[in-house]
Design a protein around this ligand. Sequence first.
Ligand SMILES: *[C@@H]1O[C@H](CO)[C@@H](O)[C@H](O)[C@H]1NC(C)=O
Ligand SMILES: *[C@@H]1O[C@H](CO)[C@@H](O)[C@H](O)[C@H]1NC(C)=O
Length: 317
Amino acid sequence: MKHLFTTIALAGVVTAYTDIRHKRFMVKNIDPIVNPGQYRSHMHSFFGSDAVTKDLPTTAELQKGCASGENPNDLSVYCKSRPLHRSRIPTLYYVRGPSDHVEVNPGMFSTYYENIDKAEIPYPQDFFAIAGNASAKSQNDVNENFTGLTWWCENGPEDRQNRNRALMPRVTCSGNIQVILRFPDCVQKANIKNYAYTAANGGRCPSGMKRVPQLRFSVRYNVRSLIPQGWSGAPPLKLACGEVGEGYCFHGDFINGWFDDAQKNLLKATSRNQWMGIDGAKGQGKAGTTCGPKDRDPNMGTSDYAKSLEMMKMYKN
Ligand SMILES: *[C@@H]1O[C@H](CO)[C@@H](O)[C@H](O)[C@H]1NC(C)=O
Ligand SMILES: *[C@@H]1O[C@H](CO)[C@@H](O)[C@H](O)[C@H]1NC(C)=O
């Protein structure tokens, strides 16, 4: 019965898609979307175009940078945790001791573009979006129905039936810990700051908005090599924005850095079940990065966890 269910669930998510893998090129206490111009954010890990600093960049500015992803036609920024607009995500730490935080560099960070067959328009110029809730403290703050946010052991064991789905696994993973997060798939062309999820609106965009491909972050952390002794109960892992063992505050940013010609190709990836590479004038979709992305503002801000906390305090006082 369990197998049958899994098959159906998977069939439901097999939709037109493509993916791009990225290397993290910077960890810094900046958030170009939430705190533009300031070094007061919690720590974010950055992926994508390195033309990202504390200020919110335009698509054209991002396109002058060097991409850390494998597709030379995509100079978007992706962040986990809060940095700027390339992509950014919150930085994950292994809490080895009370004041000993070891950064966990994601073994794999992939951006998937899904439901492309349903998209009406490409990402508008200068479009940026935030997904997730950086201040979430409980499952109720997460909205998994839209964001899809959940943490699990990539290769088992599966323990989500016994815990909140946005907590980190309470059992030692046999392989990587994985987390996914979906981005809004509707935007108002005349006011790109107005965006929404079809899943929050009965499966369609609110009136006045157009549907864009749905971006999904997928991050895999190799915690087995870092924590070979494993764990039972809350794992000794902490997001820069949250508490030990909690994954609720995981969030991401996306700033559009796609070149127009490649976005036209992106919109052609409409097969319901076949992966397609996105090529463009800058090269093949899986060409890989060769330019050496780096921090463009190395003397400002910090990549040190303790120092980032001090800088956040300074701003609060
Ligand atoms: C984000 O989390 C906070 C809790 O800190 C909660 O009050 C708020 O409603 C959440 N936002 C959303 C959009 O769910
Ligand atoms: C999420 O979706 C499920 C299934 O459609 C529904 O039962 C549940 O009430 C939804 N949860 C929220 C918080 O909207």
